[in-house]
Design a binder for this molecule. Structure first.
Ligand code: ADP
Ligand code: ZN
Length: 292
């Protein structure tokens, strides 16, 4: 089985060919430019590769409602040229195969549920903490779309007592993304997160905001696994700090051994590592093929 996968990020596109086991045989990566030249490179890559389906996990916001006239469009992104672009339409013109289409984070959640840290479970939540914060939700064996799609990166936060950073989300200022994404760390401390030592006070503050959001997510959705990916989560010292924050916030209220005694195995890095995004898109393609 040969399935195409596109991980469409705001900074770079990754295209690959994989199989039903989540194995990726071949891949390329190129910068995300204006939509037409970017999609042309993706189409060139898949041409003559004999793929049976293609899965696309994209930066958003997106129209993922199959009943909508603008299904397959990128909707309101500030990224120049992409707002109102018919992403899926451009691919459909080139290939007559089933397509999977969802947010990058929903794709990653599905990939993790299919082959990764949430394998065999019927629910998980996937957070990426990177240039932005995104949240993918898999519940009762399905990706959650709802009215638009979950936008959990923009939930409001309660401020850390020692933090006077105003927040940098252009919409909300001090929402989760505005306080905890990579650019927020860089603006607050005047240095990139990757340049801060692992015992820097930045990480306690970072864990405070992430732990707050995760406690809310666990209360609201009761996921069976919480997966934290994205560039900022390469700081592995964050995990024990986040575990402690979540436990402090829940304060014993969620009566599950998983949370009370095994939180190290509950809030975890992606089982698919840095492949989570592309493998997720592959999982979307596989699901589209199975739907026919
Ligand atoms: P994107 O979100 O654009 O897909 P990433 O998930 O790699 O890409 O996130 C990029 C962000 O993560 C940048 O703001 C960068 O500063 C931050 N970042 C990348 N690596 C690290 C690291 N090792 N430690 C802390 N922050 C990092
Ligand atoms: Zn916001």
């Amino acid at each position: 089985m040969r399935i195409g996968a596109i991980e469409a990020g705001g900074t770079k596109f990754v295209c690959g060919i994989g199989n039903e086991k989540g194995e990726i045989a071949e891949r390329i990566s190129f910068p995300t430019e204006q939509p037409e030249p970017t999609l042309r490179q993706a189409v060139d890559f898949f041409r003559d590769k004999g793929v049976e389906a293609i899965g696309v996990g994209s930066f958003g916001p997106l129209d993922i409602d199959p009943a909508s006239p603008t299904y397959g469009y990128v909707t309101t992104t500030p990224k120049p040229g992409w707002s109102g672009y018919s992403f899926l339409g451009a691919l459909r013109e080139a290939f007559d195969v089933p397509f999977g289409w969802d947010t990058d984070v929903n794709a990653a959640a599905l990939g993790e549920a299919t082959w990764g840290a949430a394998k065999g479970l019927d629910s998980c939540v996937y957070y990426t903490i990177g240039t932005g914060v995104g949240v993918g939700v898999y519940a009762e064996g399905k990706l959650v779309h709802g009215l638009v799609h979950p936008e959990g990166g923009h939930v409001l936060t309660r401020r850390h007592a020692k933090d006077d950073f105003a927040g940098c989300c252009p919409y909300h200022g001090d929402c989760l993304e505005g306080m905890a994404a990579g650019p927020a760390i860089e603006k607050r401390w005047g240095k990139k997160g990757s340049e801060l030592p692992s015992d820097h006070p930045a990480w306690e503050i970072e864990a405070f905001y992430i732990g707050q959001a995760l406690a809310g997510t666990i209360l609201l959705l009761s996921p069976k696994k919480v997966i934290l990916g994205g560039g900022v989560m390469h700081q592995k010292q964050l995990f024990p700090l986040i575990h402690a924050e979540v436990k402090k916030n829940l304060n014993g209220y969620v009566n599950s051994k998983t949370v009370l005694e095994q939180i190290e195995d509950y809030i975890v890095p992606p089982g698919l590592g840095d492949n989570a995004g592309l493998a997720g898109s592959l999982a979307l393609g596989l699901a589209a093929l199975q739907r026919g």
